[in-house]
Design a protein around this ligand. Structure first.
Ligand SMILES: Cc1ncc(COP(=O)(O)O)c(C=O)c1O
Length: 349
């Protein structure tokens, strides 16, 4: 039935007055809600309208187009059967474009666009000695024909090995230069590297560690809408579990979900910080991300509340990136049961 065919009184809305108050917000919402027949329909209609608003806000902010389609959400049939309880699903962000896949591609869409808009010719960023973020920033730089300088922080003393494989090998392969600093040495080296590049006539652009600014976090607000769309078609999830490191993944996911009216609990697994400090960081970044989208309304605090932020720190083990037997077991389980490679620092933990 189109709007013009609709009869007065058709599709009576049975909902508490507070929900109907939202319905008057825009004519678009009113059009959708006029077909709602139950409280559930009403809640879905409000959420769908909110999701469209978030999508429009995200689309209005310029970005590079590395991500061509939503990453698949796959049911982990073997692991779900093996663990004998919850149905488990995985969003395959390991399949994202740029070299080797992984979460940072989504953030770099926005961050690299900002660099290009600022007239930059060199990306400068930092990470741990085997940083996925550094690999993907170098990869984006290569794709964009930009220079790239990586500051590698030796967070665990003695952990840097110039001959190491893995991400370390890809930095040079992708054309990036590197500088290695001890734990805590990034700000000083950042200032030095930026000044040196400028003195050489370059136009460097600084990307924060992990790309976790409110601009970078928009990439995970986009990912949240992919989850919302999937849930609308296939049913909701009871919880979303993700890694919480520099925080943009966690904060962006929360910001996107809550701004879209989706209340699915989000559980962040801290890879480094104690839970209270990590939760405070995520709350601030999620609210900044909502504000960046211009969707705060009465305030970003009304969109993402303190109770929305859940952080578990019991999987940090002896320290950031240090291997544990449980991590090794998780990696083996995912490989053997599902043919999926986890990484030892983040998804493995
Ligand atoms: C594979 C992977 N998953 C999750 C994360 C955590 O993301 P964030 O730094 O946004 O908290 C990272 C960070 O580097 C990562 O490399």
């Amino acid at each position: 039935m189109s709007a013009s065919q609709q009869q007065p009184g058709a599709g009576a809305v049975r909902a508490p007055a507070s929900k109907v108050g939202l319905y008057a917000e825009t004519s678009h919402a009113a059009l959708r809600l006029s077909f709602a027949t139950t409280d559930d329909d009403l809640a879905r209609a409000i959420a769908s309208h909110a999701g469209e608003r978030v999508q429009r806000a995200l689309d209005a902010i310029p970005r590079r187009r590395y991500v061509k389609q939503a990453t698949p959400i796959e049911r982990l049939d073997n692991l779900s059967a093996l663990l004998g309880g919850a149905e488990m699903f995985v969003k395959r962000d390991d399949l994202l474009p740029l070299a080797g896949g992984g979460s940072k591609t989504r953030k770099l869409e926005y961050l690299v666009q900002a660099a290009i808009d600022a007239g930059a010719d060199t990306l400068v960023t930092c990470g741990a000695v085997q940083s996925n973020h550094c690999r993907l920033t170098a990869s984006a730089a290569a794709r964009e024909r930009l220079g790239c300088h990586l500051i590698l922080e030796e967070r665990v003393a003695g952990s840097y090995d110039p001959a190491a494989g893995g991400n370390n090998y890809t930095f040079g392969l992708l054309g990036a230069t590197t500088a290695v600093v001890p734990a805590g040495g990034v700000p000083e080296e950042e200032a030095r590297a930026m000044a040196t590049l400028r003195a050489a006539g370059k136009r460097p652009f600084w990307i924060a560690g992990g790309g976790s600014t409110e601009l970078g976090s928009l990439g995970y607000a986009r990912a949240a809408l992919e989850v919302v769309a999937h849930a609308r078609e296939h049913g909701p999830f009871d919880a979303i579990v993700l890694c919480s490191g520099s925080g943009g993944t966690h904060a962006g996911m929360l910001a996107g979900l809550r701004a879209a009216g989706d209340r699915t609990p989000v559980v962040g697994i801290s890879t480094r910080a104690a839970a209270p400090a990590q939760a405070a960081k995520i709350l601030a970044l999620a609210r900044d991300t909502v504000s960046k989208l211009g969707l705060g309304g009465a305030g970003a605090g009304a969109v993402v509340g303190e109770r929305d932020v859940v952080v578990l720190d019991e999987f940090v083990g002896p320290g950031y990136s240090l291997p544990t037997a449980e991590m090794a077991e998780a990696i083996e389980l995912f490989a053997r049961e599902e043919s999926i490679f986890l990484d030892p620092v983040y998804t493995g933990s």
